[in-house]
Design a protein around this ligand. Structure first.
Ligand code: ADP
Ligand code: ADP
Length: 216
């Protein structure tokens, strides 16, 4: 059976940061829906053009195209043993679609770490976030700056501030999260899969608690 872990939590709480660390430790592929959309934007694909208008407004990209994109990504060989999903599902319809598609991939959602923090922390984290142009490596101007200003430690590409990380769009994204994604907390709690974590601690502390919880 393949293993699938879904990371749930508001924008900027640290899902991508933890997913990357977990992926290195477990060997499971890290699948970030936001990164996939940004890759499509960069490559100017049709999907990228469609997604852009929604992303710029801080709204969710429609379920059908998002689900199709994730299904295609999970079909690739590096996901044969499973994946860490970061940013998907984000709506009840996406969660139902995921459940169905994982049957085809010989697996199911095994655990759902749910990371939380106060809104002030989310705003502070997103407003200082720097993202690597080439592969989406994540930095923070204060909490986790690259060794050389403006340059990704891993691949040497430029780091940039996401257009949708400006304060007013972040506020909108948090609202969208509360309205459309919060129902998934109960959905996974009722399924006995939710693992609640305090995301306001330092990166290493969140990692430690997350790993201990997953080991149980
Ligand atoms: P964050 O780092 O705040 O969690 P992401 O990088 O995951 O943000 O997402 C950025 C944007 O990409 C979202 O605001 C939304 O427009 C789009 N997006 C990402 N994942 C999804 C999804 N599962 N469903 C719909 N839209 C999504
Ligand atoms: P998400 O994927 O949930 O939107 P990210 O992992 O991209 O969140 O993190 C958002 C920002 O906060 C990034 O700049 C990242 O470096 C920083 N960050 C992540 N986790 C922590 C933490 N525990 N403490 C301080 N800063 C953090």
């Amino acid at each position: 059976m393949a293993t699938y872990i879904v990371l749930l939590g508001p924008p900027g709480v640290g899902k991508g940061t933890q997913a990357r660390i977990l992926s290195e430790k477990t060997g499971l592929a890290h699948i970030s829906s936001g990164d996939l959309f940004r890759e499509n934007l960069k490559n100017e694909t049709e999907l990228g053009q469609l997604a852009k208008s929604y992303m710029d407004r801080g709204e969710l990209v429609p379920d059908d195209v998002t689900i199709r994109m994730i299904r295609a990504r999970l079909s690739r060989p590096d996901c044969e043993t499973g994946a860490i999903l970061d940013g998907f599902p984000r709506t009840p319809a996406q969660a139902t679609a995921l459940e169905k598609m994982l049957v085809d991939f010989n697996g199911e959602v095994n655990a759902v770490p749910y990371i939380t923090a106060d809104e002030a922390i989310l705003v502070e984290r997103t407003s200082g976030r720097w993202t690597c142009r080439a592969h989406g490596h994540i930095y923070h101007e204060k909490f986790n700056p690259p060794k050389k200003a403006g340059i990704c430690d891993v691949d040497g590409s430029e780091v940039y501030q996401r257009e949708d990380d400006k304060a007013e769009t972040v506020t909108k994204r948090i609202r969208v999260y509360l309205e459309q994604t919060m129902p998934l907390v109960d959905y996974y709690r009722n399924a006995g899969k939710l693992i609640e974590l305090d995301g306001s601690q330092a990166v290493e502390d969140v990692t430690k608690v997350l790993q201990e919880a997953l080991a149980r």
